[in-house]
Design a binder for this molecule. Structure first.
Ligand SMILES: [Cu+2]
Length: 445
């Protein structure tokens, strides 16, 4: 994490050199199989059943990075042992599912589904770089002393119905329950050492994260409907999908609750609890959350002209996400955004001018000190030409080379003193791509 000309490599100064660089190794292996079958029970009824198995192993270790003094004496904060972040991690999934689709009559279709999944996670004993520092030894001893194997019995369910009122109107509505077990880092990241916490960031906000073996799976209950108005031949269409999701045991984060006996840069503390405009130390926690929003999409012809057939296509998304325990806004939620495309078709040509509009992000996760981003608009040009068997695509994205910050792009942490907590400036979002040209060809035979 600190190799490269734009990053600090050596930390500290002789004779108290902390470390020359910090190697980190990760090895994961996934094996699995899935079997699916589709059975036509009657003219109207289809049954789909299946089973899945997945075995996942993960090792995550950081070799020591000692300072070597004259005489061969080695020491430093990241020596003399290998740091085991996840040792012999395992996440095995076995699932059974079934889905019954029923075309009751030309107007009504229903879909009922259920899935059971058993997720077993475990991790072996760990150690820090040394036994002198509490963030390594106290944390490792506590982690090694507790039971770490967890088995989740997860249920998913779906109930959907589609009603076709006539050739121009369809309504679909339903309920879905989806369960997700924590990943291995959410459950088993164990060290309260500041640097180790920061190395365990998998969400892109630049903060440090501590896992919790007692995390429960998160369960989302969603109610949604899709209203679909269209021409009988879909020359024009308009779709609206409102939804509401209630999540129990949503895996969010809270400021790390530290204990006074720990030395050096540790998880928790008053400064960490009250910090704004800084990176902070967090611990994953089950909380209750609510999301709702609407997706709109549609297209319509504008007319046939000398320049070809013109049309308009549009898309709009709105999502609101809120933590019901704390009242905080959820992390990484896209603000109101829309995309409008003017299309032109003539002979083999299929071209478009695309306008992307994104509102400023001012609803952010306060617990994570998430970065606000300004609103922006982008123009993209897309073109294609199709022959009998071949097709060529080309275009320019971000035509005006505008500097912008994608609201879900995360925090920029790639430069300078990256290993030191708040050693890099807070509040810089990762910028979006500049003007880019693309082209592609395809050939069918
Ligand atoms: Cu380091």
């Amino acid at each position: 994490m600190d190799f490269g000309a734009d990053k600090q490599f050596v930390y500290g100064a002789a004779p108290g050199i902390v470390a020359p660089g910090m190697p980190m190794d990760t090895e994961g292996k996934t094996t699995g199989a899935s079997v699916k079958a589709s059975i036509n029970l009657t003219q109207q009824d289809t049954l789909r059943i299946g089973s899945e198995y997945q075995h996942y192993k993960l090792n995550d270790w950081w070799p020591p990075s000692p300072a070597v003094l004259p005489g061969g004496f080695t020491y430093g904060g990241m020596a003399p042992d290998t740091f085991w972040n996840i040792n012999d991690g395992q996440r095995d999934r076995a699932a059974l599912f079934g889905e019954w689709e029923s075309r009751i009559n030309p107007a009504w279709t229903t879909l009922l589904g259920a899935r059971y999944e058993r997720v077993k996670t475990d991790a072996g004993p760990v150690q820090g770089y040394n036994t002198m520092m509490a963030g390594y030894s106290v944390s490792a001893n506590a982690f090694n002393a507790r039971s770490r194997e967890r088995t989740d019995n997860n249920w998913d369910a779906t109930a959907l119905a589609r009603y076709t009122a006539d050739a121009t109107r369809t309504v679909e509505f339903g309920y879905a329950m989806k369960t997700r077990s924590p990943n291995l880092y959410e459950r088993y990241s164990w060290s309260r050492n500041g640097m180790a916490l920061e190395m365990n960031n998998f969400v892109g906000d630049g903060n440090g994260y501590l896992g919790d073996p007692d995390l429960k799976p998160e369960k989302a209950h969603t109610l949604s409907a899709t209203f679909d108005w269209h021409a009988p031949d879909r020359a024009w269409e308009f779709k609206a999908t409102p939804y509401y999701t209630h999540v129990t045991d949503y895996i969010d984060a809270q400021r790390c609750q530290g204990s006074g006996m720990m030395m050096n840069a540790l998880c928790g503390g008053v400064a960490n609890n009250t910090a704004v405009n800084k990176f902070v130390h967090l611990q994953y926690a089950n909380q209750s959350a609510r999301l709702y929003g609407i997706d709109l999409s549609g297209h319509m012809p504008l007319g046939k002209t000398g320049a070809g057939d013109l049309g308009l296509k549009g898309l709009l998304n709105y999502t609101h996400g809120e933590n019901r325990d704390t009242g905080d806004d959820l992390y990484n939620i896209m603000p109101l955004n829309a995309r409008l495309t003017l299309m032109q078709k003539r002979g083999g040509w299929d071209n478009g001018v695309e306008l992307v509009m994104v509102k400023a992000k001012d609803k952010v996760s306060d617990v994570r000190n998430e970065i606000k981003t300004p609103g922006y608009g982008l123009v993209n040009l897309r073109g294609s030409y199709t022959w009998q068997q071949a097709r060529v695509d080309f275009g320019v994205e971000n035509l005006f080379d505008k500097l912008y910050y994608p609201p879900t792009g995360g925090a920029y942490t790639g430069q300078g003193m990256t290993m030191s907590f708040n050693g890099i400036p807070w509040g810089i979002a990762v910028p979006g791509m500049g003007r880019s040209l693309y082209t592609g060809m395809s050939y069918a035979f």
